[in-house]
Design a protein around this ligand. Structure first.
Ligand SMILES: Cc1cc2nc3c(=O)[nH]c(=O)nc-3n(C[C@H](O)[C@H](O)[C@H](O)COP(=O)(O)O)c2cc1C
Length: 356
């Protein structure tokens, strides 16, 4: 049997394959994904054709978002972008754990910086699909909060939504911004900056917060309280984990960095359910972590997600993964008697949250 394009890419070193994919995507013909009324989603005021989005980190520099939308993603999150360009960590920093259908990365926010990304987003046609910008801080930021405010101001006019990333494990000090006091101040600063922009006539964009799967219980409660209080528009659960489940088979599991893909699924889905219970429907959730099939997407939705994102499954399956998930998800919802996806949101949240 001939190898698929996704299998051919597996033969290349991971960063080479990634670079090549970003270059090749704009040349690929558009891919048909089924248009299924049951799966149309409204998330934080955004109309999505379906709930399967591309997670941050694949198109860090905004070089391929239009092509990724043409490949069928329901929405695309570019970034993480930092105010100034930075090279990230020394290579190797990206590892495929093939036997585990997982990735370990310690990229460290390598990106071209805000100015370069803004140039690529300028003149984008919003009718072609929803594009979010995931903002972060430079490794050597003197004032982390100022870096986030810079990102918000730079991308507010250019993005459909903004994601505040306080959850990547490879920038020292970043995850500490999930602690109650730091997060309170960060969100207050961002909401105030957004209000200033709105007063100046810039259309207000939804603000999402993306969290790590490795939180203490008191952090989880604090985050729930703060996102409600500050009117955060959605919560993305989750980023990669520093945990290494005992089930990992690949020796590359020993590499330092964040683990994504199949082994992240249980941990990120349980956190999603706990956050859904804590939030009680006041803030919508986006489920990320190990989504590779329609059943995975369905489980995230039943745990409390209104939409999902994926990254690692794109590496292992190629862009055909989106249509596959949509067909399977639609059939699962129909089988369980749901006329629309939103009826299934959170059905299993309490049970999963109780199983901590
Ligand atoms: C190579 C790589 C780079 C990533 N870079 C970012 C990033 O810059 N910002 C971010 O918020 N998440 C980043 N992520 C995390 C993903 O967005 C996602 O939250 C995580 O991989 C879990 O989803 P998955 O199991 O479908 O891959 C990255 C993930 C990978 C594998």
């Amino acid at each position: 049997m001939p190898l698929s394009a996704a299998q051919l890419f597996q033969l290349l070193p991971p960063e080479t394959a990634h670079r090549l994919a970003i270059r090749a995507l704009p040349w690929l013909p558009a891919r048909h994904v089924p248009s299924l009324p049951r799966l149309k989603v409204r998330l934080a005021g955004l109309d999505l054709p379906h709930p399967v989005g591309l997670a941050a980190g694949f198109d860090k520099n905004g070089e391929a978002f239009a092509a990724l939308l043409r490949q069928g993603f329901g929405f695309v999150e570019v970034g993480t972008v930092t105010p100034r360009p930075q090279p990230g960590n020394p290579r190797p920093r990206l590892f495929r754990l093939t036997e585990d259908r997982a990735i370990v990365n310690r990229m460290g926010f390598n990106n071209d910086g805000a100015e370069a990304l803004a140039r690529r987003l300028l003149g984008r046609d919003p009718a072609r699909g929803v594009v979010g910008v995931n903002i972060g801080m430079n490794k050597d930021a003197a004032d982390p909060q100022a870096d986030f405010v810079h990102g918000l101001e730079a991308f507010h006019p250019l993005a459909d939504y903004l994601t505040v990333n306080v959850s990547s494990p490879n920038t020292p000090g970043l995850r500490a911004l999930q602690k109650r006091e730091a997060l309170d101040s960060l969100l207050a600063g961002l909401v105030a900056a957004r209000a200033r922009l709105a007063a100046a006539g810039v259309k207000a964009r939804p603000l999402f917060l993306k969290i790590a799967p490795d939180l203490e219980p008191e952090d989880e409660a604090g985050i729930a309280e703060l996102v409600v209080r500050h009117g955060t528009d959605a919560l993305i659960v989750s980023n990669t984990t520093l945990d290494r489940p005992a089930s990992l088979r690949s020796r590359l599991g020993a590499e330092a960095g964040g683990l994504s893909g199949r082994p992240l699924f249980p941990r990120s889905t349980r956190l999603l359910a706990r956050m859904a219970v804590l939030l009680g429907g006041r803030v919508p959730l986006v489920g990320v972590g190990g989504v590779a099939t329609g059943a995975d997407a369905y489980a995230k939705i039943r745990a409390g997600a209104s939409a999902v994102q994926l990254y690692t499954a794109l590496i292992y399956q190629g862009p055909g993964v989106v249509a596959r998930i949509l067909r399977e998800l639609d059939a699962l919802l129909a089988h369980d008697g749901f006329a629309h996806l939103h009826e299934a949101v959170g059905q299993d949240a309490q049970n999963l949250a109780d199983a901590r």
